[in-house]
Design a protein around this ligand. Sequence first.
Ligand code: SF4
Ligand code: SF4
Length: 599
Amino acid sequence: MALVQEIKPSKKNLFSINSQTVLGNEAIAFGLFDEGVEYAASYPGTPSTEVMDQLLDLSLNSSLIASWSTNEAVAFEEAAATAITGTDSAFVCKSVGINVAMDPLMTLANSGVNGAFVIVVADDPGMHSSQNEQDNRLITLFSRLPMFEPSSVQECYDLAREAVKLSKKYKIPVMLRSVTRVSHALGIVTRRPSLLTPKVEFKKNPQRFVNIPGNARKNHHRIIELRRQLKEEVISSEFWEEIKLGANPDYLVVTSGSSANYTKEAITALNLNCHIFIPKLIAPFPERKIIEIAPKYKKLIVIEELEPYLETKVKHVIQSNKIKVQVYGKEDGITSREGELTTEKLMANLAKVLNINYEPPKVISKQIIDLIKIRPPVLCAGCPHRSTYVLIDKLLKKSNPIYCNDIGCYSLGVLPPHNTADILICMGASIPMATSISLTKPENMGVALIGDSTFWHSGIPGLANAIWKNVNILIVIMDNQTTAMTGDQPNPSATNSPLDIAKTVEAMGAKTITINPMDFNKYRKSLQAFIKDDGVKVIVSKYPCALNIAREIKKEGKTLPLAKINEENCNGCNMCIEPLGCPALTLNKKRLAQIDPTL
Ligand code: SF4
Ligand code: SF4
């Protein structure tokens, strides 16, 4: 029996507002919601976080269940199960977050779902906030999942809705890939009313959803056939945009996503006559459309950031159909495999490759550049991580430590004056790295530095491994009771959570001490003895994130009290300035400490 899914209007009465200015990420959330997604899970990560922030807002007074999970694999598995049992669902993550979810993703790509399942991934060309520059369009090559790629805020909304529809129709997960510049673009989105859609009833089907090898083989066969049908859908649905500049275009240009925006600007500025083809569903690639239009041109230019995904697809179609057209791409210098594209870079590259006269914009004068203050990333004023770093530096001076860091605000310990980061790979790697270093380099102390959110995300398996191997390492867990780096999302350490890091670590069998980093002198002696013990030793350095304290005070309608130095008690010893490196603390003209009230 088909059930009818009722979508209640949100308490903010959002349906009465047809157009509003939102971020690309917020538009994705609206698209998922308006198309009937009822379950959404995610782990925070820039540049994807605002998708879930908005979904959480929409869930306040609707039937949508949206929540943060402990990591991306957990979030994916939650949403996968709801999609399999018939609830339209979504999973959201940042570029590298998808790596954590790859295990369930690859299996779900094979078995499919019953309700809709949309995988939203926001890539980060230029690595503004990521540890690598992976191009997740390539996932479609081995997962065989369809992928939409929006280039504007409105398309974020429209294609999120299309992704839900396509997933529902073919009963397979559908990916929506954004990038920082689209996710964080601000633009107008026009929403369309939600439709009542029949809810899929779950009928047990272990042959399809219990992925033992015999069933998985049948699923694999079925998914290959589905992929063929999907290619037909691409042609009939026309998920693309075509722009013709000039009466008789000289070039065919193939581009997509954010690159399409740079392309439109560069080609207009260079006054080129072009036929621009912009697929919106980039996997399966609309091959038949290329076969139809490419023979009309002598030159075909592919414009894309990062990997030559479109270029490989285009060249394959051109070669296998013996189309006589010259293709220009990465190796010709049209775009780079590294970093973000810009309109200026693209104009210069196109002019060079196509031998066009082009005068680059005048370089800003050196005096102006000198006036621009370079602001390197820095821990916030009052951040408790600084005190933890000062403490461990004092404690471990003679222990020859190798600092294995994890992902979070505390990665900034790599900067002077702290210099408490020697190796950083990915979420959860700190404890395993310290473990193996302690076994191969007994002359050094393996030290793992990890935050509370990362501990719950993927720190626990590393800790179990270290205790099991009975290694001699020090783990410092900086518990500020929030996922601070991405803007204060809750995790199992949040206030009122039944989980507690120190109790968990102790229960697992590690020696544990909890300290207040803002009062570190109190613990110095006991810690000196503590770190000399054998085995896995864990210091839980517990103090709330400074920004969170400020937010809580503001929420209560109070004004943040201004901290001041009592000059009568200050001798200008500099101890609170240089070792801490806090931007709010400086010496005044009297050579006494002062706190910048604006910070
Ligand atoms: S957000 Fe919080 S934890 Fe992160 S640097 Fe700022 S104060 Fe420190
Ligand atoms: S400089 Fe800082 S640490 Fe030294 S006495 Fe003054 S306030 Fe205290």
